[in-house]
Design a protein around this ligand. Structure first.
Ligand code: GLV
Ligand code: MN
Ligand code: MN
Ligand code: MN
Length: 399
């Protein structure tokens, strides 16, 4: 099956007819279809299929218990109303690169694996990269058991309902120890690869995290409550959003409120509670910490003025990731001196980098749009990505 055929098979899975975007959220039915697709691709190629203790899927060429394995892959889940490329491009390219290497008659001296990490986007349980975090021991089993989705469903229950056994979730040291290198191919998510640069290599991932602001006010009648009697958390929230943007610009960093929940969410009622989720990222950890603190101080100040109590909870945090230097240089050299660039987007590769020599390849994104149905990459660039990945895997798995 060619790259184009695999792409066409995955394209309709979990796609909204109205927006064209995807809702492949962890353990939902679209995710299950993607997982079935992955398993089918593995068995079609005679690869050994394996589901690990955290629900990540593996397809092995060579001995899954062998040492120094070269692993590639990405994820198949999406953000709410996400694009087609973020995640799937890496998985489809991995199968296509393996096919290309078989066509070349490459003889591997190390095991090679393709992986689909579960719940990379964190769209359902609020923490990104759950599959890789669990495996790397960065997310503890007890913490994972407490995660709930918007309907109150706990992560282990969601796994169980989808037919997976959550009993064994936790750090997978043995598996990670046997990996010699992990390379994730991903669509670039900004507009940082220019006209004559279809492929890049990642240098680093900015530190980033998610914080939940709870603004507690008082529900009351929209038509009868005097202005001076109101404790309206919407005002505090709105002011905090503006302040976050201002502070981020001053710091040369990023701060985004992209998700909000309102209680009771009635048009003719002052809200009692606003929950706003802040995603913030910066090139430097100190800058990021100071930025979030400044946003918090500003929310507290405004809350006092509005009679609104403000609480802040950090839901996840990923420190700066500097990818393995020798591996990064080796990839860039093998690909003929392609650009080396940092990214503000999180990836499973960033999580694995704490345990395994890890690198990333980026495929050009002409518009720079991502986490949106409009996300796009040219077919020619995707195919260039497949060849680049094949070249890199050949270099690594035949030594
Ligand atoms: C994941 O794509 C992230 O960077 O939030
Ligand atoms: Mn993403
Ligand atoms: Mn991704
Ligand atoms: Mn991501």
């Amino acid at each position: 099956m060619t790259f184009e055929e695999m792409w066409a098979e995955l394209l309709p899975v979990g796609r909204s007819a109205s927006s064209g975007g995807y809702r492949r959220h962890a353990w939902n039915s679209a995710d299950a279809e993607c997982r079935a697709w992955f398993e089918q691709q593995a068995t079609n190629r005679g690869l050994a299929y394996e589901l690990d203790r955290n629900g990540n899927q593996w397809a092995w060429l060579g001995d899954p218990r062998g040492d120094g394995a070269i692993v590639t892959g990405s994820h198949l889940d999406s953000v709410p109303d996400g694009g087609a490329f973020d995640g799937p491009l890496g998985v489809v390219s991995s199968f296509a690169a393996l096919d290309e290497l078989r066509d070349r008659g490459t003889e591997f001296t190390r095991p090679l694996a393709i992986v689909n990490f579960g719940d990379e986007e964190g769209a359902r349980f609020g923490v990104a990269c759950i599959g890789s975090r669990l495996s790397a021991g960065v997310l503890g089993r007890e913490q994972a058991y407490e995660l709930r989705d918007a309907d109150g469903v706990r992560l282990p229950d969601a796994m169980e309902r989808a037919g997976y056994d959550p009993a064994a979730i936790g750090a997978d040291d043995d598996r990670l120890r046997r990996i010699g290198a992990f390379v994730e191919l991903h669509v670039e998510q900004g507009r940082y690869l220019t006209e004559d640069q279809p492929i890049g290599v990642a240098s680093a991932i900015w530190p980033h995290g998610r914080w939940r602001f709870d603004f507690h006010g008082e529900a009351n009648h929209a038509g009868t409550t005097r202005i001076e009697d109101r404790r309206d958390p919407m005002l505090t929230f709105a002011d905090t959003v503006l302040s976050a943007r201002q502070q981020a610009e001053l710091a040369g960093a990023l701060a985004t409120f992209g998700k909000v929940a309102v209680e009771p969410n009635g048009t003719n009622a002052i809200a009692s509670l606003i929950r706003g989720w802040l995603d913030s990222r910066a090139a430097d950890e100190t800058v990021l910490t100071e930025l979030v603190e400044r946003i918090r101080q500003s929310a507290l100040r405004r809350g006092e003025q509005d009679g609104v109590r403000v609480e802040l909870t950090r839901e996840s945090y990923t420190p700066v990731v500097d990818f393995d230097g020798p591996l990064r240089d080796r990839l860039a050299k093998r690909l003929g001196g392609v650009p080396v660039l940092p990214t503000g987007a999180g990836h499973d590769a960033g999580i694995l980098a704490s345990a395994v020599p890890t690198a990333m390849l980026f495929v050009r994104n002409p518009s720079g749009v991502s986490h949106s149905p409009a996300e796009y990459a040219e077919q020619a660039d995707c195919l260039a990505g497949v060849t680049a990945l094949a070249d890199v895997l050949e270099d690594l798995a035949c030594q």
